[in-house]
Design a protein around this ligand. Sequence first.
Ligand SMILES: [Zn+2]
Length: 276
Amino acid sequence: MPELPEVETVRLALLPALENHRIITAHVGRPDLRWPLPEKLADRLTGRIFGAPQRRGKFLLVPLDGRETLLLHLGMSGSIRLHDSPPKLGAHDHFMLAMAPVDGEVATNFMVFNDPRRFGWIDLFSDEIHPMLAQMGPEPLGNMFSEAYLAAAFANRSGPVKTALLNQQLVAGIGNIYACEALFYAGISPRRKAGSIKARRAQRLTAAIRDVLQRAIAEGGTSLRDHVQPGGEIGYFVQQLAVYGREGQACQRCDSRIRAIVQSGRSTFYCPTCQR
Ligand SMILES: [Zn+2]
């Protein structure tokens, strides 16, 4: 499932293809993904001009002229492709936009939204903030996120810190992979009570979260020129994970075996020696 760094990589790839481009045609292949798509979505998008894509948590927000915003969420299995000629659409290509530079009429950019499992989401809204985003916690790479914020947000929470990190209302954009990785680098057990994360632990965890996300974004940025692969897929690779997906393998710090447990229905990977 794409998390903050992967969505940020997608945003950077979309930026030159969407900003200051006019939608020539919109293709909406089915009436719903995770939820119903907005009514008359294709009609409402045709002729509109995109501003620069933004990201909030795991959501992509692309402003349109006329004050509306297109919301894209990749869900579990969603991906976006970019093409410079009209692509052949496959079974899971549910949404496509053909775009021209703002002063042109011939489509030069084609964006395809593919989602086999259909947990993704597309919406078009005109409010200042989408209701789904109103309760979202601060961006972990933004100024509002600090050790003091983290300690206050986690205070009095008796559930495990790993579960608290996945709560988008406490901090935005972190999913299962980067929650596990950040806890490893902070040396904190995923089973520790969230309410016990304060002072030096809050400091270590805040720094580790920032560090793993920034490194992942940097890797996404260097893995491919313009982030786009030859087939049009936007390239992001989750690389060099320390614990996630490494059950039974040796910890890179202490040689203990990485352990896997299930917390709130999600797999957690950690080193029982390094993480306390
Ligand atoms: Zn270890």
